[in-house]
Design a protein around this ligand. Structure first.
Ligand code: PBE
Length: 307
């Protein structure tokens, strides 16, 4: 009798354990299927990728992606500004709602939101590692050899650039101010860039640049370093297309803002042969489609076409 009761208790307990386990697994199944529904992030974001300025290289590249990926049929790229994209991202992150942005490194976004990921790009539309190159107008080497030498020697790391961008975002101080401090704090790097460059007396240099923090950082740093050597430097931020035109036509002296081989490919190819390529000033940049980690998606190909 006692034994039987013990068995009964055991069976009841076992039943409960199994019932709970079954409950759990059916719950996780439900979760799974729920996930599959909301996996269709397309509807949630209205089949829209949140982009930046119409003139950006990443905008051109994303338009190519919309053509290349069959599953992105019916999708659109919203184009406004980097600030507008950042505001949208901020809103989405707070609500944990889905968002797909055009993203890049170096950028402060990744410092502020480390829980973001690039979507795999099996067709390689966005390429792999991007480099930022220095281009100079033809004739700069002959006309202003000291400037050319310094620009040619300028090279820094992702962390340097990102540090300036992030400090500026955090402190609210303008990039050029933070850049001045950076120059004062990094005499070793500055020494390398200025090696063998004689001081000059007011030689004018115009750097054409783009209106993103990454390029504000590089241009401000180089301006500061050059001015300490006696150059008189102007930085002009313009559209990417105008940067290339201006260097090709010899209106601007140089740019530190050419993202290659993918981001600015069309502009580079269009004016090839009409400028001098001084090589990269930074390696390890990247562009692509970026989403918050909380989105259960890994690849551009996981997105569904518009219904
Ligand atoms: N960016 C940042 C620019 C270059 C620098 C990636 C947004 C672009 O042309 O796309």
């Amino acid at each position: 009798m006692y034994l039987n009761r013990k068995w009964l208790m055991f069976s009841i307990t076992l039943f409960f354990i199994l019932a709970v386990a079954a409950g759990c697994s059916s719950e996780s199944k439900n979760d799974g299927s729920k996930k599959n529904d909301s996996d269709d992030y397309g509807e949630a974001v209205d089949y829209t990728i949140t982009g930046i300025e119409p003139g950006a290289g990443i905008t051109v590249t994303t338009e190519k992606a919309l053509e290349e990926y069959d599953n992105l049929q019916g999708w659109e790229l919203e184009q406004a500004s980097t600030a507008a994209m950042a505001a949208e991202l901020d809103k989405a992150m707070k609500k944990k709602s889905p968002i797909i942005i055009t993203g890049w490194n170096p950028h402060w976004t990744f410092a502020k939101y480390p829980d973001m990921k690039y979507l795999d790009d099996p067709k390689g539309v966005y390429g792999g590692e991007e480099k930022i190159k220095t281009l100079a107008r033809k004739g700069l080497k002959k006309d202003k050899p000291e400037a050319y030498k310094l620009l040619d020697q300028f090279h820094w790391e992702v962390e340097d650039m990102e540090g300036i961008m992030y400090d500026s975002k955090e402190s609210g101080e303008k990039i050029d101010k933070v850049a001045k401090k950076w120059v004062a704090d990094n005499p070793d790097k500055v020494k390398e860039w200025t090696k063998g460059v004689p001081d000059v007396n007011g030689v004018k240099v115009e750097l054409v640049s783009t209106p993103w923090d990454s390029e504000r950082a590089s241009s401000s740093v180089v301006k500061e370093v050059m001015e300490k050597k006696g150059f008189d430097v102007t930085v002009t931020p313009v559209d990417v297309a105008v940067v290339f035109e201006s260097i090709a036509h010899g209106d601007g002296d140089a740019t530190l803002a050419a993202w290659l081989p993918i981001t600015h490919k069309d502009f580079y190819d269009k004016f090839k042969g009409k400028f001098n390529d001084l090589g990269e000033n930074l390696t390890g940049a990247k562009i692509g489609l970026v989403v918050p980690e909380y989105m259960d998606i890994d690849s551009i190909e996981d997105l569904k076409p518009k219904k």
